[in-house]
Write a protein that binds this ligand. Structure first.
Ligand SMILES: [Cu+2]
Length: 144
């Protein structure tokens, strides 16, 4: 009897641990980089956001202190190959999935840079999520 009781306690402990591990996944931002640019121009940043949690989240906004405005854009090409950009009000981050910001697709746009962005510089960015709150990342300036 004692052994059975001990086993059931062990099983309960394992279940509790795995349930906890499942719900405490993280939202991570990887491979972040900023394109070099000069003050007065527009700049762009890219990264991959992985939603390791079991709940959908939403990227609500991004803030920086290097430009007049920091926006999320989607680049699109029309039938003639002409590229245009559309501002995104928010970006949905599906549970256990990733969203890639990359040249020619989703990107962070710095409108009217207030400073030069040189290779080797590091730019702090704040990403504001509905569930995960605000995450600050330091993003290196790299040549494309
Ligand atoms: Cu843009």
């Amino acid at each position: 009897m004692k052994i059975i009781k001990l086993l059931s306690i062990l099983v309960a402990a394992v279940l509790a641990t795995s349930a906890c591990g499942g719900s405490s996944g993280e939202l991570t931002i990887q491979d972040a980089w900023v394109r070099p640019a000069r003050a007065g121009e527009n700049g762009a940043a890219y990264f991959v956001i992985t939603n390791g949690t079991t709940a959908d989240d939403t990227l609500l906004s991004i803030t920086s202190e290097i430009a007049s405005a920091t926006e999320v854009h989607m680049s699109m090409g029309d039938a003639n190959g002409v590229m245009s950009m559309q501002m995104q009000e928010s970006v949905t981050l599906t549970a256990r999935d990733k969203v890639e910001f990359k040249p020619g697709g989703l990107h962070v746009m710095f409108v009217n840079l207030t400073r030069d962005l040189k290779v080797g510089d590091t730019i702090p960015l704040v990403l504001n999520f509905e569930n995960a709150g605000s995450l600050t990342i330091d993003v290196p300036v790299k040549a494309p």
